[in-house]
Design a protein. Structure first.
Length: 163
């Protein structure tokens, strides 16, 4: 399960809406620079901090290309790449370099739910809840293997600059 921590800190997309200011195009939140800070807990391991810096841009086809530099306690920094596009209203699909298959994102009420699988049959579900001001969101992640929760993460993603 060494890749668990990669998934927990990863999918910080689509976090720009608040109930009063829901965005028509939440991908634009990640155009420019973003920062994510969180605490990761993996079964039978000591909790550790995760920090990532993202640089995103909207491509000519309307998709988001996001590159994150991920820093986790006790590990060398690494790069994570996302490409996400809107499939239908309220639903996005894409890829992420740490995922073993496609990433699916759905808007559920005023929150966003990410689902994808990591190597080792690890199923990831992450919820992003926008915070007031549309410049940050709270993230809660669970990683399951064979139905059992083997990792969790809580954190905040915030927009640093426009793009």
């Amino acid at each position: 399960m060494p890749r668990i921590q990669l998934a927990i800190a990863a999918p910080f997309l689509l976090a720009a809406a608040t109930p009063s200011t829901a965005l028509q195009d939440p991908l634009r939140f990640f155009a420019g620079r973003t920062e994510t800070v969180g605490m990761v807990k993996v079964l039978l391991k000591k909790p550790y901090r995760s920090h990532s810096f993202g640089q995103g841009r909207i491509e000519s086809d309307g998709s988001l290309l996001l590159v994150q530099r991920v820093e986790e306690e006790g590990k060398p920094p690494h790069e994570r790449r996302w490409r996400v596009r809107e499939a239908t209203p309220g639903r996005w699909t894409g890829t992420m370099s740490d995922a073993a298959g496609p990433v699916e994102i759905r808007k559920v009420g005023e929150r966003f739910r990410f689902r994808f699988t990591m190597k080792g049959h690890l199923n990831v579900e992450q919820w992003l809840t926008p915070l007031p001001g549309a410049t940050a969101a709270r993230t809660l992640t669970k990683i399951r293997k064979f139905g059992m929760t083997v990792g969790t993460s809580e954190g905040t993603v915030r927009k640093l600059t426009g793009g």
